[in-house]
Design a protein around this ligand. Sequence first.
Ligand code: NAP
Ligand code: FE
Length: 368
Amino acid sequence: MQFKFRCPTKIFFGSGCINEHSNQLSSLGKKALIVTGGSSAKRNGSLKDVQNALTKEGISYRLFDRVEQNPSLATVYQGAQLAKDWGAQFVIGIGGGSPMDAAKAIAILAVNDLSEEDLMARKWTNRPLPVVAVPTTAGTGSEVTPYAVLTVPWAKTKRSIGGDDLFPALALMDARYTINLPWEVTVNTAIDALAHSIEGFINTTASIYSDLLALESIAIIGSVLQNIDAENITLNEREKLLYASMLAGVVIAQTGTNFIHSLGYPLTYYKGLPHGLANGVLLQASLEFMAEGSPQRVEQIVKAFGCNDIAALGSLLNKLMQKVDIKLSDEEQKLYAQQTLQSKNIVKCPRRPNEADILQILKRSNLV
Ligand code: NAP
Ligand code: FE
């Protein structure tokens, strides 16, 4: 048996954890930059709780609340300028994956003068500022991953940067912030987490240890998704989704994702599909493709999810997801396939798709 495993993030999970563990913040410095999206952190109580905790610990702060979905390079450079001007000693990302990822990039740029190309080529030399992550969606697992996904206009897609120094120092996880998450975001983000565990479980980089977490999170997400609808989702179920998405984040921190995420990026970049939905529309056809290379692994996934076959899993997701009415031209399909084949994660799937396979997956996902 051989594996490596790392999760250096200190995790505090549970209702009221920010207030209860506010002393954890004081070891990170006296000046913080808080990074959020436009409005949700102000409405769901997470920003207030963080501000109160900082005040209690005698830490002063500035707020950068301009992170858009799928954060752009321009935004993180703006945030980094504020971090520099303010002399921030650590960065707190509150929100879904977008503000948490932006916080990580800002933490790099606050202490490294880098061009956009050098940032994306991971050429920083100074250790990024410590990051605190407060997730308010249950999907990306960014609170425990060493990745930041950014929209890169000159590459015409989204790209991720990664490094051990991008693991958040601290994750503070309170499911109460997700109570008013809109139904579509709840579904999309749960499917993102499911995709993380599925891709991580299939990849050649999986280990006996990451498998344990992947199957557990798939089982939790499966049991919750089979039980909820837009009017009926309890705090307990939301807490389970938050826990499962964290497990899935720990999985991809070890294994990385694979072609499902890579093919989802152009669907987001060119067609504006939310990240989880982009993975979701590809999931059934991708599982069918992966089943030809790893039939037993795929069977384990489907069983853990609580279904008898891939089709049943796919139809449950289709029932929950928004309808996607996109038809790609031949040119678009080729472009997406090329971008996917160039991604670094493609090599991690034991059955590596070629261009024809990707075109087939797009077709079977009703995108053609
Ligand atoms: P998101 O883009 O962070 O947020 C989606 C929407 O949900 C925004 O409108 C946001 O509003 C709103 N929202 C967030 N929390 C809410 C709450 N508690 N109540 C009501 N509304 C809320 O969505 P996400 O799916 O979590 O993150 C997606 C990003 O993460 C993508 O860029 C993806 O590529 C990346 N990602 C990163 C990793 C990683 O390992 N780092 C893994 C997977 C995906 P506001 O804008 O007002 O906050
Ligand atoms: Fe993802």
